[in-house]
Design a protein around this ligand. Structure first.
Ligand SMILES: [Zn+2]
Length: 215
């Protein structure tokens, strides 16, 4: 399968990607991973990207597209790929459309994972993290609490709610996501590639994709 995955923080994109790649051996590709990979492999494009990253600057789209072009031609992409977190903007979506046409790759669809807001809030607001930076164990007050409340099972340090996982912070992240992603949803709808799946769990999303692709 050749998919773009769109979904808010907490929508379970990572889990969905894992389940989908297990079906047909496609690979999950995130911009962060391929940038890190290019930097590590020391290619010209990688070295150029490293310069931007070291300065704390955004890597320009043209450079990302160059790295994406190489990545999509690697042998492990033959069975398919899931683009995760890319494209983020309309110019990137347009550049990707051009790139795929040039490489003669046909996208199956852009999957918009639409999880009800209350479920995302519940998933993220119940998360707790071990304060010890060497441990960082993750708990959930509902589904996976530490044995002793507020104390890490592994190292005994305090288990706390991260500042970016309070209800207020998550509401803000969701609003930002919706604002930035809405245009992309419109873009792929116009392209006739959009599949929106409203689901409360990852299995339901995977089933929706399978059904649409006949897998
Ligand atoms: Zn710990």
């Amino acid at each position: 399968m050749k998919l773009i995955l769109l979904g808010a923080p907490g929508a379970g994109k990572g889990t969905v990607a894992k389940l989908l790649t297990a079906i047909d051996g496609s690979v999950q590709i995130s911009t962060g991973d391929i940038l890190r990979g290019a930097v590590q492999s020391g290619t010209d494009l990688g070295r150029e990207a490293e310069g931007y990253m070291k300065r704390g600057d955004l890597v320009p789209d043209a450079l990302i597209m160059g790295i994406m072009e190489k990545r999509l031609q690697e042998p492990d992409c033959e069975k398919g790929f899931l683009l995760d977190g890319f494209p983020r903007t309309i110019p990137q979506a347009e550049a990707l459309r051009e790139l795929l046409a040039r490489l003669d790759i046909t996208l199956d669809m852009a999957v918009n994972i639409d999880v009800p807001r209350e479920i995302i809030l519940d998933r993220l607001c119940t998360r707790r993290t071990c304060e010890n930076s060497d441990c960082q164990a993750i708990y959930n007050v509902k589904s996976n609490p530490p044995r002793e409340e507020g104390v890490c099972d592994k190292c005994g340090s305090p288990v706390v709610q991260r500042e970016d996982e309070t209800e207020e912070a998550i509401s803000h992240r969701l609003a930002t996501y919706n604002e930035k992603t809405a245009p992309l949803i419109g873009f792929y709808e116009k392209e006739g590639l959009l599949l929106t799946i409203e689901a409360v769990n990852s299995e339901a999303v995977v089933n929706g994709v399978r059904e649409k692709l006949g897998l």
